[in-house]
Structure formats: structure tokens, C-alpha cells
Design a protein around this ligand. Structure first.
Ligand code: NDP
Length: 446
């Protein structure tokens, strides 16, 4: 990046946010691709759009005390970053994982602004979470944590203000407990959270949406470049919500998924992953993925996460967590003939890994476009709650499919318009940014 104005804004971001490398990485990546836009649009510079965009509207940090099953008081830290509401109420998930701190929530909130913009739905960007680890906790402990978390968060959210959702560690169980507490505290039934259970306002196909949407986007990207899922070998990291439904849809589109993982290690099944077995282990029994090999003798289990990228494949779908593919892993993928990486997780590729993709002519579907199907369907859940009606699975899936096709088309056309054809990362950043920037400019300096 050479633009002096952008470099100086980035410098301020670095100074103001010390010790938050993930946030700085996310801002740098976006800025690097926005340079041609900023050079063409002095009006956006005059309106201070970049300076305002990198500073969240507000950052809420709070204590979350709860009592464990032994009667001992535990204290976690809760976060909600309401990042930007230029185009709609704040919207973004809640991550429950021991690695959570301000820098993670801030990077996720920043990315969410552009992702939500790409969906074409009226949603601003936000993110929240806590360093609480639901793993190994009893249902009662998770419930007490969620109730305590919501007993503070409820003051800051509302169906037309900020609508949180799930993310790593926050699935239907956690959303249910949080929703129950919100309702009790406010006495109001409203679509305040998305990812709710079907009996109480959830949308059909929300559970599947991020994984399905990832495959719909990837399918468009492949087709536009003369490739297809049909007959392709696919590696998927993770075995959570996104990974499971990406595996299901990729298989339905004719691919063979041969590997999946969790935070301890990965399984490789050359016969194709038996998804029912993975779902049973991870969703029902809440056990480790290594259990898979006990019932699948042709499969192998390997400790550690990064080795999964050394398995030869045509398409890689990282669906676990940030920075899970580094330069070395990207080089292993390229060497083994992988021709497409499409991101289900948020920021799973390091900047060096992305350089390797481009240097090797691989197709690259960036997270903020490729995994936007989750939040898009959350937007559809909000619409259904407001309308007081429920659409069928097929209706929601069809709308999701249409949205993902449009997102790919927007990325493709912005990449061409700004002279970077095939660079869908640049296309996603530019298309997502322009809508928010126009809204911020129109609304004045607020
Ligand atoms: P889940 O909690 O359901 O699953 C996460 C999966 O990733 C688990 O298999 C987990 O393993 C694994 N994992 C977590 N941390 C690490 C780590 N440090 N190293 C290796 N593996 C890890 O989360 P989701 O599937 O919902 O989310 C996955 C990614 O997708 C995240 O980046 C999230 O932000 C992103 N995303 C999710 C959306 C959604 O709708 N759910 C929407 C858009 C993006 P283990 O079981 O051992 O914990």
C-alpha cells in the first residue's frame, strides 16, 4: 500500500490498538484492497469515512460471574462491540472460547460490517463474546453462565438496536438460555437473538446456512472458472456447525470430503467422510473427533491441526478458526494441486497464505463473502420474526442460494471494475465497503 493518507490512518489504528494483532491484520487486509477506491473517491476521504470506520461506535466490556457445580464462584469477561450501524441495526455473533479478548472481537466486528453489507440486507456490524469455555461444562453451568452474560448484555441490545447470534461455542443450547433470560428480564418476546430453536422463532435452514452458503458461493466461483464440485476431493477443517453443513452440501454437489478436524487433531477417510458418524460424535455425544476411527477402520486420526492441509485435495474449505492456514500449509495445498480455497471460518488464512494462493493461481473465496450465508439467514430470521410468520426450509434455502449467487456476482464485478479480475478478496472488500461508505457519507459526521 502506497497511499499516504491510508498509511497514516493505519498507523493510528496500530497506535490506538496495541496488542491486538488480529484486528490490525483485518484492517490492513481491507485497506490494501481499497486503495484504488480511495484514490478515485476524494469525497469519501473528505467525509473521514476510513477514520470513522476503524473506530467502533462503542465497546462494552463487562464482568460475568456465575456459580459452578461445586458451588464455587467463577468470573469471566464479556464483550460486545457495536461497530457500525450505518446500514442497519448492529448484527453479529457471540463467540465463547478461552482465546476471546478485545482484539478477536474487534477483528470479527470489523469484518462483519462488510460481510453484512454484502448480503444486501439492512444489517450493521457487531460482535460479542466471552473467554468462557463451554467445553467440559455441564448444561447447568452453561445455563448459569448464559443467564449471567445476558443479565448485563440485555441493557445494550434490542430488536431494532443490536441482534446477536451464534458463533464458535454458541450454538442452539446457548442461544436458548440467553433468549430465555432476555425475555425474563424485559418481559418482551422479540426476535432479539437469531439462531433460535424452531419452536420459538428460529428460522428453518439457519443451522445449515453458513455451510450451505459457503458451498453455494464456492460453486459459483468454481463455475465462473470452468471448475465444479462434481468429482472433486475436498478437505474441510473443523467439525462444528459450519464444517458439518459444508460437508453435507459439498457431498450433495458431487464432491468427496476426505478429512475433517477438531481443535485436537484431524481424521482422514479416503472412502469419504461418514457425516452421520461425525454428527453423532460432535453434536450428540459432544466427544472428540478421534472417536471416528474406532468405527471406520480405513480412516486415520492424527494429533495436531495443521497437518490436515498436507492431505491432497482439489478444494480446501477451512471452517475452524482464524489463521489456521499459514504460509507453509498454503504451500502444501498448492504443491498437492489444490486449486481453490474458500473460507467458512473468519480470517482462516494468514496474509502470507493468501499471497501463496495468488502466486499459484488458486481461486480464493474470502470469508466475508463466502461465509456470509449465516448472517444472511439470520437476517431472514429477523424478517420472519417481524412479520410474525415462518417460511419453509425450501423457501429459506432458495433465498439463501439467491443471496450467495448475488454476493459472488458483486465480488466478481467489483474486482473487474477496479482492475483486479479474479481477485474476489478485493471484490468483496470493495463492494462491501462502498455501500457502508455511501451511507456514512449521506448521514453526515456522526
Ligand atoms: P463451532 O463451535 O460449531 O465449531 C468450531 C470448530 O472449529 C470445532 O470443530 C472446533 O473444535 C474447531 N476449532 C475451534 N478452535 C480451534 C482452533 N484453535 N484450532 C483448530 N480447530 C478449532 O463454530 P462454528 O462452526 O459456528 O464456527 C467456525 C468458524 O466459522 C468460526 O471462525 C466462526 O467465526 C465462523 N462463522 C460461523 C458462522 C455460523 O453461522 N456459525 C457464520 C460465519 C462464520 P473443538 O470441537 O475441538 O472445539
Amino acid at each position: 500500500m502506497k497511499n499516504e493518507y491510508m498509511l497514516s490512518v493505519l498507523e493510528t489504528v496500530k497506535k490506538r490498538n496495541p496488542g491486538e494483532p488480529e484486528f490490525i491484520q483485518a484492517v490492513t487486509e481491507v485497506f490494501e484492497t481499497l486503495e484504488p477506491v480511495i484514490e478515485k473517491r476524494p469525497d469519501l476521504v473528505k467525509a473521514g469515512v476510513l477514520e470513522r470506520l476503524v473506530e467502533p461506535d462503542r465497546q462494552i466490556v463487562f464482568r460475568v460471574p456465575w456459580v459452578d457445580d461445586n458451588g464455587k464462584v467463577q468470573v469471566n469477561r464479556g464483550f460486545r462491540i457495536q461497530y457500525n450501524d450505518a446500514i442497519g441495526p448492529y448484527k453479529g455473533g457471540i463467540r465463547l472460547h478461552p482465546s476471546v479478548y478485545m482484539g478477536i472481537i474487534k477483528f470479527l466486528g470489523f469484518e462483519q460490517i462488510f460481510k453484512n453489507s454484502l448480503t444486501t440486507l439492512p444489517m450493521g456490524g457487531a460482535k460479542g463474546g466471552s473467554d468462557f469455555d463451554p467445553k467440559g461444562k455441564s448444561d447447568n453451568e452453561v445455563m448459569r453462565f448464559c443467564q449471567s452474560f445476558m443479565s448485563e448484555l440485555y441493557k445494550h441490545i434490542g430488536k431494532d438496536i443490536d441482534v446477536p447470534a451464534g458463533d464458535i461455542g454458541t450454538g442452539a443450547r446457548e442461544i436458548g438460555y440467553m433468549f430465555g433470560m432476555y425475555k425474563k428480564l424485559t418481559g418482551e418476546w422479540s426476535g432479539i437473538l437469531t439462531g433460535k430453536g424452531i419452536p420459538y422463532g428460529g428460522s428453518l435452514a439457519r443451522t445449515e446456512a453458513t455451510g450451505y452458503g459457503l458451498c453455494y458461493f464456492t460453486d459459483e466461483m468454481l463455475k465462473a472458472n470452468g471448475k465444479s464440485f462434481e468429482g472433486a476431493t475436498v478437505v474441510i477443517s473443523g467439525s462444528g456447525n459450519v464444517a458439518i453443513y459444508a460437508c453435507q452440501k459439498a457431498t450433495a454437489l458431487g464432491a468427496k470430503v476426505v478429512a475433517m478436524s477438531d481443535s485436537n487433531g484431524y481424521i482422514h477417510d479416503p472412502d469419504g467422510i461418514d457425516l452421520a458418524a461425525v454428527k453423532q460424535i460432535k453434536e450428540v455425544e459432544r466427544k472428540r473427533i478421534k472417536e471416528y476411527v474406532a468405527t471406520h477402520p480405513n480412516a486415520t486420526y492424527t494429533e495436531g491441526c495443521s497437518g490436515i492441509w498436507t492431505i491432497p485435495c482439489d478444494i480446501a474449505l477451512p471452517c475452524a478458526t482464524q489463521n489456521e492456514i499459514n504460509k507453509e500449509s498454503a504451500e502444501a495445498l498448492a504443491k498437492n494441486g489444490c486449486y481453490a480455497v474458500s473460507e467458512g471460518a473468519n480470517m482462516p488464512s494468514t496474509p502470507e497464505a493468501i499471497e501463496v494462493y495468488f502466486a499459484n493461481g488458486m481461486l480464493y473465496g474470502p470469508a466475508k463473502a463466502a461465509n456470509a450465508g449465516g448472517v444472511a439467514t439470520s437476517g431472514l430470521e429477523m424478517s420472519q420474526n417481524s412479520l410474525r410468520l415462518s417460511w419453509s426450509f425450501e423457501e429459506v434455502d432458495e433465498k439463501l442460494h439467491g443471496i450467495m449467487k448475488n454476493i459472488f456476482a458483486a465480488c466478481d464485478s467489483a474486482s473487474k471494475e477496479y482492475g483486479m479480475p479474479g481477485n474476489y478478496m478485493a471484490g468483496a472488500n470493495i463492494a462491501g465497503f462502498l455501500k457502508v461508505a455511501e451511507a456514512m457519507k449521506a448521514q453526515g459526521c456522526v
